[in-house]
Design a protein around this ligand. Structure first.
Ligand code: GTP
Ligand code: MG
Length: 271
């Protein structure tokens, strides 16, 4: 199956809760379908640990695609444990890729570090910001700035879009001064009206074309291989050996460094 992967363009859409990510993704799907492309959508939904409403909301908003086999939608609940979700998301994205979807879209709420990891899996990441939310700059500070390939200012029908755009530009020029150039293009959209969606998608496609399919993949695979290695090594250590050393460390009969050495010894006995 792995040989069949590597054909899809993976788009990440991230941003604050309620920024309009699902509405944008929904319109992306319509535009892509009209171009004859097949679409896979993965909605990573951290809020479903607390309320199932959000999950249902996503389904309802994307309902106009529900009887189109060209659009596959999968919601992933993270149930409070984000570790491992990035891996699971990548695996599903690869599965959709292998199944022949031309575009795979990953929607994730950009709040924590783990979700930024998910955003990094994409070939092109769109960060959705909204005017007048006050926490935009916060979100940018939290590391979202670096993962953005494109900024979408959604809800541009509301006041404050100019100011937000200026704020983004100011951030970019600071990043430029400290040598972390990020001239990600900024586009305004009104997702509810479908305004600016075509333009946003064409910016995404041309960035993807320019950067080439491979540029992100080595980074993504390094991340994935690290996880696979971690899982394999942990699985190779007998559970009771790990437990015994945990007890010893807790009782201060062994220091953690010696414990790790002893565990490595269990994996690779010295000759
Ligand atoms: N005024 C205005 N409202 C919008 C626009 N786009 C989306 N909304 C509204 O914003 C709300 C949230 O939209 P969603 O698409 O669910 O946002 P989301 O980012 O997917 O939300 P979560 O997945 O819950 O984080 C909905 O009530 C939308 O109708 C827009 O361009 N202008
Ligand atoms: Mg959503």
């Amino acid at each position: 199956m792995f040989e069949q992967t590597g054909h899809a363009m993976i788009i990440g859409v991230t941003g604050a809760p309620g920024a309009g990510k699902s509405t944008i993704v929904d319109h992306f799907a319509s535009v892509l379908r009209a171009q004859g492309k097949t679409v896979g959508i993965i909605a990573v939904d951290p809020s479903s640990a607390y309320s199932h409403g959000a999950l249902l909301g996503d389904r309802i908003r994307m309902q106009r695609h529900h009887d189109d086999p060209g659009v596959f939608i999968r919601s992933m609940a993270t149930r409070g444990k984000l570790g491992g979700v990035a891996q699971a998301t990548l695996d599903i994205a690869l599965l959709l890729d292998a199944a022949g979807r031309s575009v795979v879209i990953i929607e994730t709420v950009g709040v924590g570090q783990d979700e930024i990891e998910i955003a990094r899996l994409a070939d092109i990441t769109v960060v959705v910001l909204v005017p007048g939310m006050g926490d935009d700059v916060q979100a940018i500070k939290a590391g979202i700035m670096e993962v953005a390939d494109v900024f979408a200012i959604n809800k541009s029908d509301l006041p404050g879009a100019d100011r937000l755009e200026q704020e983004i530009r100011a951030m970019q020029s600071i990043a430029d001064e400290v040598g972390r150039a990020n001239a990600a293009p900024v586009r305004r959209v009104v997702a509810t009206e479908g305004q600016g969606i075509d333009e946003l998608l064409s910016v995404i496609s041309s960035l993807f074309q320019r950067q080439g399919r491979q540029s992100r993949r080595a980074e993504v695979w390094e991340f994935r291989l690290r996880e696979m290695l971690r899982e394999d090594l942990l699985a190779a250590i007998p559970q009771d050996t790990l437990h015994t050393h945990s007890l010893l460390v807790a009782e201060k009969k062994e220091d953690p460094y010696s414990a790790v050495n002893a565990l490595k010894e269990a994996l690779w006995p010295a000759k």
